[in-house]
Structure formats: C-alpha cells, structure tokens
Design a protein around this ligand. Structure first.
Ligand SMILES: O=c1ccn([C@@H]2O[C@H](COP(=O)(O)O)[C@@H](O)[C@H]2O)c(=O)[nH]1
Length: 231
C-alpha cells in the first residue's frame, strides 16, 4: 500500500468500541483517520492518542473559529496532541488564520498541517445568499482559499468539484482536502457537492475524506480496499 495514503476515514461513531473495532481491522498504510466533533466531544484527547498509538496519523477536524488568540492556543494544543492535520474555518479571517499559523512555528517540521474550511460540502450554491454571500460558490471558495494561502496555510477543505479550479489558480503545492466523496451509486446523505473517489483524484484532490460509505458499509474493510484500488 502507500506511505502517503489519500483516504482519510471520517471516524464518526457514537461508540468508542465500534470505532476501535473498525480500526483494528485496518492498517495505517491504507488510510489516515479523521476525528471530528462527535468523537472528540465524546472521547477527547485520549481517544486521539489511542489512534496514534496504533500507528495512525490523525486529522483533528474541529474547524476552529474564534478570536485569533483562542484559535492560536487551540491549534497549539492540537500540535501538542501530535496530530497530523488540524483545521480552522477560513471565514474566521486572515488575522485568525495567521495567528494559527504563527502558533505552530515553534513545532517546526513536527507541526501539523494547517488547513482552512472554505464552503462546507453539504451546502448548495442556493444556500449562500442566506449567509449574505452574493457571489457564486466557486468565487466564494476561491476567495477563502486565496485568503488561506496568503495567511501561510498549507491548504483548504473544499469540494472535489472545485479542485481543478483551485489547483489552476493557487498551484499544485496548495493542498486540497475534499469531503463529499461518494462511490458511484452511494447514498449522498446530507452531502451536496460530491464526486467519486477516482474523479476527485483526477480533478486534483490531494486527500479524500470518506465517512459513511466506509463506516456504514456491511464490509467496511472491503469497501476501503475497493476505493483504494480505484485511486
Ligand atoms: O465541508 C466539509 C467539511 C467537513 N466534512 C466532514 O467530513 C466527513 C464526511 O463524512 P461522510 O460520512 O463521508 O459524509 C464528516 O465527518 C464531516 O464532518 C464534510 O463533510 N464537509
């Protein structure tokens, strides 16, 4: 398998036992793991440490959004936890993102990758006006991604539908982490801006966040392996 696996499995389980049973069946060469708000709120830093202890790199997906001082300390706490990636909301603004970046400087090459969420993949373009956003989805994603790049961040969370546009505008090095990934025929759930795993990689996604299509599969391991085989 790969030393830099592209699939980040969203471990959105309500039960630590169920999550660990899944983790026991997979290998860090097949995927990294994403811990989000549900599992971190339920099981906390010890859960993240347990995953790291099993050899998995962890994306701590807490989407920090607060005043610069608070976000800087939160991101530093994530670095202390030893996670591979951490994120903030780009709508927190350039001062907040720059403060987060500066807080990671003392960690040098041990600092987690720092990325910013642009427009949630569960949102359709028609939802933007209710937030006061009158430009198109692509314009909003590009504006927030540009802000994140200028603040020194490593990349953004976006839909794979925006990947080709962002790679062309912001360069190959700026990393694109794309949730809203659905194998052909899979239930979309609440996701709106979706792509298949193979399409997403072809469009320029660096990392694919995939949750329910794997975790709710009758055979999660086989589903993960089948997805990896298409990449
Ligand atoms: O724009 C975003 C940002 C984060 N997410 C997170 O990714 C996973 C997706 O899970 P699925 O089960 O594959 O839909 C989930 O943890 C979200 O919190 C996102 O979907 N979109």
């Amino acid at each position: 398998m790969h030393s830099d696996p592209k699939v980040l499995v969203a471990l959105d389980f309500a039960s630590e036992q169920d999550a660990m049973a899944f983790v026991e069946r997979i290998d860090p060469s097949q995927c990294r793991l994403k811990v989000g708000k549900e599992m971190f709120t339920l099981f906390g830093p010890q859960f993240v440490k347990a995953l790291s202890g099993k050899g998995f790199e962890v994306f701590l997906d807490l989407k920090f959004h607060d005043i610069p001082n608070t976000v800087a300390h939160a991101v530093a706490a994530a670095a202390e936890l030893g996670v591979w990636m951490v994120n903030v909301h780009a709508t927190g603004g350039s001062k907040m993102m720059a403060a987060a970046k500066a807080a990671l400087a003392p960690y040098g090459d041990k600092a987690p990758k720092l990325i910013a969420v642009t427009v949630l993949t569960s949102m359709g373009e028609e939802e933007l006006p209710e937030l006061g956003i009158t430009r198109s989805n692509d314009e909003q994603v590009l504006a927030l991604a540009t802000l994140a790049k200028q603040a020194g961040l490593d990349g953004v969370v976006c839909s794979a539908q925006e990947a080709a546009m962002l790679k062309a505008k912001l360069g190959a090095e700026f990393q694109l982490v794309t949730p809203g990934i659905r194998p052909a025929g899979a239930d979309l759930g609440d996701q709106r801006r979706v792509m298949t795993p193979a399409e997403a990689v072809a469009a320029g996604s660096d990392y694919l966040v995939i949750g329910r299509p794997i975790t709710q599969s009758a055979d999660p391991l086989a589903t993960l392996e089948a997805i990896n085989a298409t990449l």
